[in-house]
Each structure stands twice: as C-alpha cells, then as structure tokens.
Design a protein around this ligand. Structure first.
Ligand SMILES: [Zn+2]
Length: 106
C-alpha cells in the first residue's frame, strides 16, 4: 500500500498540559488540563501533553538546534485523520467531521 505524502507536515506548537491545583471542596489536589504553548511547557518541565482539540496523545519532537522549534504531532495516525487540527484531516477532501480521539489522555 502506498504511503501518502503529506504536503503540510503536522506540527503543533500548542497543547494541553496536565497540572495540579488545590481541590476546591476539600483537602488535596486535583488534576486539570491547561492550554499552553509548547515552548513554555518545556521550560516549565511539563511532561504530560494531549491534543487541545481531540484530547489524543501527542508525540514530542525535541529540537535543540538554535533556530528550530520543538513541536508535537498526533501519536496515532487515526487521530490525525479525524482531529480538526490533524494534517491528514485537513488534507482529506471527503467533508468528514471532527471527532474526539478514541484513546483520549485522561
Ligand atoms: Zn487532535
């Protein structure tokens, strides 16, 4: 089967990161997701990322060379095909609708 070459590679520079906050009603902390620029997330040492649109897992590409930015892409092709910011979704011409990841990061 031929692999389709993407005309626009998938690169995200923004994502949701998992943070913790003091629980509103009671003791302890609770996790929540916050939208953040990847550059800031890396500086802050965040390690848990998910797609801001489909909540699917992402793959991090770290770049250490000056002038090149680290970026994220969907970990799974199926998310790229059905998430509204996925490169494969954007290239699809069948009028498909955005859908949430079947394997969301909770
Ligand atoms: Zn997505």
């Amino acid at each position: 089967m031929a692999t389709k070459i993407l005309t626009v590679p998938e690169k995200f520079y923004e994502c949701e990161v998992k943070r913790r906050r003091v629980r509103a009603n009671g003791p302890g902390y609770e996790p929540f997701w916050r939208l953040k620029a990847l550059a800031d997330a890396l500086l802050d040492g965040d390690t848990e990322f998910r797609c801001k649109d489909c909540h699917g897992p992402l793959k991090l590409h770290r770049r250490h060379t000056p002038g090149t930015a680290s970026y994220l892409e969907h970990k799974f092709k199926v998310d790229s095909e059905h998430c509204q910011q996925g490169a494969r979704f954007i290239e699809a011409s069948d009028g498909r609708a955005h859908r949430q990841s079947a394997t969301p990061v909770a």
